[in-house]
Design a protein around this ligand. Structure first.
Ligand code: SAM
Length: 329
């Protein structure tokens, strides 16, 4: 029953983008001029797609975007996902990745709808820098309130995603270490990948895992802790056990060999890698009246063609056919 690709990887993790609209214009993600580019489907269509993937052994669903909290109906969607059961009869692991701007008011309703966890993206822990990165004034207070509301609602441990760009926010590394300890959140640094609208990526701008660990250790020694094979983050705690740091290093330490993910875009296309150059039009099939069995067959065929690995930094690298905000990070 389970979904496998031709390299023998079991696919158990589905990411659904429910909009490519975003209320932030982060400098390393969006050009600042372009808006949404792809249509949204009714929430019921994403729910149907998720239910079919669950029949194929998916155990974890992450809602993303764009900014997923902009989408009316997300709480109801989480509720529907909460009623689904995996093939072994367990509840789904349901997560949301958000910029946190609207989280203060939505954390409790999402938790009540059985959301399992939330990841909040923050690329600075200082209001002015935060505004320069997001190009939105006063965002920092909203997001901090959102993080605390999520903790209050029991969505613990709240994870924070941070993308570091050399010369822009890499001086925030130790501030994030302090933030992890003081706020009781797990901070995950993600290496910057060439998926931005403005095509500013270069290897020099990437702050790598080794460098982050070295610089964080100057603040306070770290101890690496075990992580699951399919888990993308290398995990560390500070020597006194207070505060967790993770590093997701797709550029310097690629983990494609353990990838268990498949993505569905806001317009219902299957992407088998962030770096895919082709997509599989599941929405088109569904709107044409396909049965669940026909959709299952289509999904199996798409997943079978999952790319072996990405080619970031290699000669002849072909950029992905969409940028991050339109894929769903
Ligand atoms: N709006 C939501 C948010 O801010 O979390 C969800 C979508 S956002 C595209 C998801 C994540 O992708 C964010 O944590 C963001 O920092 C990260 N991201 C965007 N562009 C990236 C890039 N080129 N490389 C690595 N991570 C990136």
């Amino acid at each position: 029953m389970f979904l496998h690709d031709k390299f023998g990887r079991r696919i158990s993790d589905l990411r659904i983008s429910i909009t490519d609209r975003c209320n932030y214009r982060c400098v390393y993600c969006r050009s600042g001029n372009d808006g949404p580019q792809f249509p949204e489907m009714p929430i019921a269509d994403y729910v149907r797609i998720a239910s079919i993937f669950v029949k194929l052994g998916i155990t974890k669903v992450r809602l993303t975007g764009g900014e997923p909290l902009l989408r009316k109906g997300i709480v109801e969607m989480v509720g529907e996902l909460g009623r689904m059961r995996t093939l072994d009869g367990s509840p789904l692991d349901i997560a949301v990745t958000t910029n946190g701007h609207l989280l203060a008011e939505m954390a409790q309703p999402l938790a009540d709808a059985n959301l399992t966890r939330v990841t909040v993206s923050m690329d600075a822990v200082e209001a002015e820098r935060f505004a320069r990165i997001t190009r939105v004034p006063n965002g920092y207070e909203h997001v901090l309130a959102g993080v605390r509301a999520a903790q209050q609602a029991g969505l613990n441990p709240v994870k924070i995603n941070c993308v570091l760009l050399r010369g822009f926010n890499d001086d925030q590394i130790t501030a994030f270490g302090r933030f992890a300890r003081e706020e009781g959140v797990a901070v995950r640094f993600i290496e910057f990948m060439p998926l931005e609208e403005d095509r500013v990526w270069s290897p020099e701008i990437v702050v790598t895992l080794d460098e982050i660990v070295r610089r964080m250790k100057e603040f306070m020694p770290l101890r690496e802790i075990a992580h699951a094979r399919s888990e993308t983050a290398r995990r560390y705690v500070f020597e006194d056990g207070q505060g967790e740091i993770g590093i997701i290093a797709p550029v310097s330490h690629p983990f494609c060999g353990h990838c268990s993910r498949v993505r569905v875009t806001s317009d219902g296309k299957i992407r088998t890698s962030l770096f895919s150059v082709r997509e599989h039009d599941l929405a088109g099939l569904m709107l044409g009246g396909a049965s669940d069995d026909e959709m299952i067959e289509f999904i199996r065929h798409a997943v079978d063609q999952k790319e072996e690995r990405h080619h970031i930094g290699e000669p002849g690298f072909i950029p992905a056919s969409r940028t991050m905000v339109h894929i769903g990070g």
